[in-house]
Design a protein around this ligand. Structure first.
Ligand SMILES: Nc1ncnc2c1ncn2[C@@H]1O[C@H](COP(=O)(O)OP(=O)(O)OP(=O)(O)O)[C@@H](O)[C@H]1O
Length: 339
């Protein structure tokens, strides 16, 4: 095996999944290196879970190829499954069993013998700091504790790659930070390759070595968070006006000298990408004065991953549609806050 191949944890080549009406994943080609913490960032319905479903052999691709830890997902699904752990979006723990019993069941499913199970359960519980809760039934756990137990369960059979589908969906900010710490620790100290899906850009920015931004089943940008943001160049300027007519006039004038792709509008505000914001602001102010327009406020900041998404798709990743809100509420109901 060449050194290049030996370093690869996941490789996909034009992988696609079509349902009757929808192409959920469209010709995705990515390579994840061993030891990477790789993020799939995109809004709800972008195709993230479907991609993970195919890589974890739970869904059959409609086209394309993929290898996970050197094994082909179509011809060697069992070998793929023993190489990976999966933490699903909704909880799949048995609430009436204790933490230890949930882990033991998983160990049995993967054929670990009694001694191995005993040792591994103690180890994974220590990793996620749930040793003291091992013999409580899961119903008594908080949302964050359940997530940690799910991560522990995903690690029971010593997987090389761990897939985490929306690991912090529905958790409060403090619990989310806590889960981020575990994810980082497992990746850095145990050298587990991780692929996580998220629609929280802060999560991707904070945790991931590299990110694939996905929308309508396609990868629209790929790189480290810093690379993706620096591709936009420089700064983001936001101008707020009192009326949409003023926005229209300003855009018409500014677009004569600027790249249309660097200008987006939303209601009474204009967002401009500029290589040197501090120099561009006086130019913008001159245009507004010449046009006789009144600016309500101006701000200057560095780009975020949301700006990257907006730049490529023309819409915000933050948009939370009714389906998202309904689902998040459902998950919140199931979880209490971290103890
Ligand atoms: N079994 C299915 N049958 C038909 N369409 C499906 C099926 N599963 C997913 N889809 C559609 O495929 C697209 C991608 O869905 P997917 O769940 O992969 O997105 P996602 O990015 O993971 O979003 P979410 O986090 O909301 O699950 C969506 O349009 C979804 O409605």
């Amino acid at each position: 095996m060449s050194q290049e191949l030996a370093d690869v944890a996941i490789h996909t080549e034009g992988i696609s999944k079509r349902y009757e009406q929808v192409t959920a994943v469209k010709e995705v080609s990515i390579t994840v290196k061993k030891g990477e913490l790789f993020g799939l960032l995109g809004p709800n319905g972008a195709g993230k879970s479907t991609l993970i479903g195919m890589l974890s052999t739970m869904l059959k691709p409609s086209a394309g190829e993929a290898q996970v830890w050197g094994y082909d997902i179509k011809s060697s699904p069992i070998k793929v499954r023993t190489s990976i752990g999966v933490v699903f979006q909704g909880t799949t723990l048995d609430q009436k069993l204790t933490g230890r019993e949930n882990l033991d069941l998983h160990g049995r499913l993967y054929g670990l013998d009694r001694k191995e199970r005993h040792e591994r359960i103690a180890e994974v519980l220590r990793l996620v700091e749930l040793t003291d809760w091992a013999d409580e039934i899961v119903q008594k756990y908080s949302g964050g504790m359940m997530r940690r137990l799910e991560i522990a369960r995903g690690l029971m059979h010593h997987p090389n790659v761990l897939f985490l589908d929306e690991p912090t969906l529905g958790l409060d900010p403090q619990t989310r930070n806590h889960i981020w710490e575990y994810i980082k620790k497992l990746n850095q100290e145990k050298n587990i390759t991780m692929v996580l899906t998220t629609h929280y850009m802060e999560e991707a920015d904070m945790l991931c070595n590299r990110i694939a931004i996905i929308d309508h089943g396609e990868i629209i940008a790929l790189g480290t968070p810093a690379e993706l943001k620096s591709e936009l160049g420089g700064d983001i300027i936001t101008l707020n006006f009192s009326g949409e007519d003023d926005v229209q006039k300003m855009v018409e004038q500014y677009a004569q000298t600027a790249n249309q792709k660097d200008i987006t509008t939303s209601g009474t505000s204009i967002r401009i990408t500029a290589s040197d914001g501090e120099r561009t602001i006086p130019e913008l102010l001159k245009i507004t004065t010449d046009l006789g327009l009144q600016i309500e406020s101006v701000s200057l900041r560095k780009p975020t991953l949301d700006d990257v998404f907006l730049h490529h798709t023309g819409k915000n990743i933050r948009y939370s549609g009714p389906e998202d809100r309904k689902r998040t509420r459902g998950i919140r109901r199931m979880r209490r806050t971290e103890k």
